[in-house]
Design a protein. Structure first.
Length: 193
């Protein structure tokens, strides 16, 4: 009985909390940005970025009024092969210095279904800003089930997009190494008090 009352209280407080837009902070330990590209027609190479920060303002009642901003260090790239990462950080590609960031800031959201939306925003990479569209899916919004964040309203999203790396002056070896890079994003974010 006690647990049923607690669950009902959590659901009620979660529902009340989303009556207006709420701010959520990304949980970097359970969020990933993964990229993949074709290598000479032989294989698909993947990598990921970590250590990113960001904030989501989520309006569950009117999702089109939501927004997202994310940044990640260029040097947090991991591909599983140190020599490749070193090459990507060289002047052939990023010419990365400590503190260089990749950022995304939403500029508009078009709701496409009960849990889907197209998020348009400005992607800045290698000092160049281009508009991109993320095809996003809301996985769930629910109180976190256990641990130090137990009961904290938590949102989870997946999104995908394709970027053309030469648009960001990163087109070395194209078209032999594909100019198009597929990006897959999965994030968790905790509501801020």
């Amino acid at each position: 009985m006690k647990s049923t009352l607690l669950a009902a209280a959590l659901i009620a407080s979660s529902t009340a909390a989303f009556a207006e837009a709420q701010k959520f902070a990304l949980d970097p330990s359970h969020s990933q940005v993964v990229f993949s590209y074709n290598h000479l027609g032989y294989s698909t190479t993947t990598g990921m970025f970590s250590g990113f920060e960001g904030e989501i303002t989520f309006d569950e009642a009117n999702p089109e009024n939501s927004s997202v901003s994310v940044s990640m260090p260029v040097k947090s790239m991991f591909t599983g092969w140190e020599a490749r990462e070193g090459h990507f950080m060289s002047e052939d590609f990023f010419g990365a210095k400590d503190g260089d960031l990749i950022t995304f800031t939403s500029t508009g959201i078009e709701v496409t279904g009960d849990k889907t939306a197209n998020i348009t925003g400005d992607l800045t990479m290698n000092g160049i800003t281009k508009a991109v569209v993320l095809a996003a899916n809301l996985n769930q919004v629910a109180p976190y089930p256990f641990g130090p964040n137990e009961g904290v309203p938590t949102a989870g999203f997946n999104a995908t997009t394709t970027v053309v790396r030469s648009d960001f002056d990163l087109g070395q070896f194209a078209p032999y190494v594909s100019d198009e890079v597929e990006i897959s994003i999965s994030i968790e974010a905790f509501q801020q008090k």
